[in-house]
Design a protein around this ligand. Structure first.
Ligand SMILES: C[S@@+](CC[C@H](N)C(=O)[O-])C[C@H]1O[C@@H](n2cnc3c(N)ncnc32)[C@H](O)[C@@H]1O
Length: 187
C-alpha cells in the first residue's frame, strides 16, 4: 500500500502512446463511469491528460488532480479542454469542499497513492452515491508495460483498501495485465 513509486515526468511522452488503449479504451472507461452531461468529474493522478481528454466531452467539468506540476505542463502543451481545470495537489490532501464531485476515476495510478489517507480524502470530496472507478496495472500481470510487477497491487488488495475507506464495491475483475474496480461512495 502507498509505495514510493511515483511516475517519472521524463517518461511523460509514453503516456500519449495510442497502444495504451490495448489496456484501457476510452469506451470502456466512459462506459464504466456512466456519466451524466451535468456531472462534475474528478481525475486522480491525471498525468498528461490522456484519459482526461477522453472523459471531458461527456461531462460538465473535470478537475484533473496531479501532484507533479511537470505533468500538468505536458497536459498544457497538448491543449487543455475548456471544461477541464488542472489542480496541483496530492490525492491525500485536495483543495475541495466535502461532497463536491459526482464521480471520480483513476487510471494506472492507484498503486502510487493507495494509502488510507488518500482513500478517505477521495471519499470526502465525493457525493453520497458517487461512482469511483479504478483501473490499474495488476500484480497478477506479466509486466509487459507499466511499472514493475513488485510495485503494483492486485485486485483483491485494491478492493479491500477501497472498502476500508467506506466505499461499496459494485464489481471488480482481474484481466491479463490490469484490474478494474467500480465502487459507490456510501452515504
Ligand atoms: C502513471 S501516471 C498516469 C497518468 C494518467 N492517469 C494516465 O493514465 O495517463 C501517474 C500520475 O499520477 C501522479 N501521482 C502520483 N501520485 C500522486 C498523488 N499522491 N497525488 C496526485 N497525483 C499523483 C503522477 O504525478 C503521474 O502524473
Amino acid at each position: 500500500m502507498g509505495n514510493d513509486h511515483t511516475f517519472d515526468p521524463a517518461a511523460a511522452e509514453s503516456l500519449e502512446e495510442i497502444v495504451r488503449y490495448r489496456y484501457l479504451s476510452r469506451d470502456e472507461l466512459v462506459g464504466a463511469l456512466a456519466p451524466a452531461s451535468d456531472d462534475a468529474m474528478l481525475d486522480l493522478g491525471s498525468g498528461t491528460g490522456f484519459y482526461t481528454r477522453d472523459v471531458a466531452p461527456f461531462v460538465d467539468s473535470v478537475h484533473a488532480v496531479d501532484l507533479q506540476p511537470e505533468m500538468h505542463d505536458h497536459f498544457r502543451s497538448t491543449g487543455i479542454p475548456e471544461n477541464v481545470d488542472i489542480v496541483t495537489a496530492g490525492v491525500d490532501d485536495m483543495p475541495f469542499d466535502d461532497a463536491t464531485f459526482d464521480a471520480a476515476y483513476t487510471t494506472m495510478t492507484f498503486h502510487e497513492f493507495d494509502t488510507d489517507e488518500a482513500l478517505s480524502e477521495i471519499w470526502r470530496v465525493l457525493r453520497p452515491g458517487a461512482r469511483f472507478v479504478v483501473v490499474d496495472w495488476s500484480q497478477d500481470g506479466q509486466g509487459e508495460r507499466g511499472p514493475p510487477v513488485h510495485a503494483r497491487v492486485g485486485p483483491e488488495t485494491a478492493v479491500a483498501e477501497i472498502e476500508r475507506a467506506g466505499f461499496e464495491v459494485e464489481h471488480y475483475r482481474g484481466r491479463p495485465e490490469t484490474f478494474f474496480v467500480t465502487a459507490i461512495r456510501s452515504a
